[in-house]
Design a protein around this ligand. Structure first.
Ligand SMILES: [Zn+2]
Length: 296
């Protein structure tokens, strides 16, 4: 995955609060049994920590940007995105949102841009207080994507994914898939409390994977506002393989095998490795969000 060196990154789409302390954040999931549960349940991309049995009802706003807001200082151009991990994520957020903005406009609908919050360790959100252990997630309450960049190391070390820049891009695009669902009114279908291979929760997750694929299909043709040229200049087959590999690594069956030693499809919330790959691939091949009807 390569970015246009001359493109200007839009850092306003990322709130970088890494290293800042959360005022009054309640450390309800910091350790002990609760921490363990969060670790086991959070090892995939959720739709908000409230689903994971974490503390909810916290009225703490997300921590405000501190002087440590690194990306605003260091991520200016596509060249920075080619050189630095965090700047690359800024560029991916820009590309994903440019695509959905243009796609919604094409359908005479309005896309609302939503920021990604880079945090470390713990964060207060409209969905409750979350620790890094829950993994990246989207909170419908404040319509933000939350990401501890340390997760990408875990994707390799803990989940056994091959890693790579596009594996990270897939994760971000999946979360924005939830934002698209939120805007379209489909996200709430996952909130019926049911689990299992055929549950709405799984169908919502697989649709987010498919939407990530739809973006990937259009990633190298989506025009960047600063240049009128695509921000992402190249996406190779190896990149796509990294994305598919990451999708499989966070499949419910893989995670259950790895962390509980047996596979229990009745508790699935995100879909199997095979399903997740299949739906990402369907989005990627078709480039058409109409092909992402996982509810059919
Ligand atoms: Zn998800």
């Amino acid at each position: 995955m390569q970015f246009d060196d001359d493109a200007q990154l839009d850092t306003s789409e990322v709130q970088d609060v890494r290293g800042s302390r959360i005022p009054g954040g309640r450390a309800t999931v910091g350790g002990g049994l609760a921490g363990l549960i969060a670790l086991l349940l959070g090892l995939f991309f959720g739709v908000g920590p409230d689903n994971l049995g974490l503390s909810s009802g916290s009225d703490q706003p997300a921590a405000t940007a501190s002087s440590l807001a690194q990306v605003q200082q260091t991520c200016r151009t596509g060249q920075d995105a080619n050189a630095k991990d965090d700047c690359r994520m800024v560029a991916v957020v820009n590309s994903v949102q440019d695509f959905w903005d243009q796609e919604f406009a094409r359908r005479s609908a309005r896309y609302t841009r939503s920021p990604t919050v880079f945090f470390s360790q713990q964060i207060g959100t409209a969905c409750g207080t979350a620790t890094s252990a829950v993994g990246p997630f989207y909170c419908p309450g404040d319509r933000k994507v939350y990401l501890d960049l340390g997760f990408f190391d875990e994707l390799r070390s803990k989940f056994g994914a091959s890693g790579g820049a596009f594996a990270q891009a897939y994760v971000v695009a999946h979360e924005y898939g939830h934002h698209v669902q939120d805007l379209m009114g489909t996200l709430s279908r996952s909130q019926d409390g049911r689990t299992g291979a055929n549950s709405n929760a799984v169908k919502v997750e697989l649709q987010a994977d498919c939407y990530a694929g739809v973006w990937a299909h259009h990633a190298t043709t989506t025009k960047d506002e600063s240049t009128g040229r695509p921000l992402i200049t190249s996406l190779t087959n190896a990149d796509i393989r990294d994305g598919l590999d990451a999708a499989a690594a966070v499949g419910d069956d893989r995670i259950q095998e790895r962390f509980q030693g047996r596979v229990t499809p009745e508790t699935w919330t995100h879909g199997s490795a095979q399903q997740r790959q299949q739906w990402f691939d369907q989005g990627y091949r078709s480039g058409d969000m109409a092909q992402c009807n996982t509810f059919r």
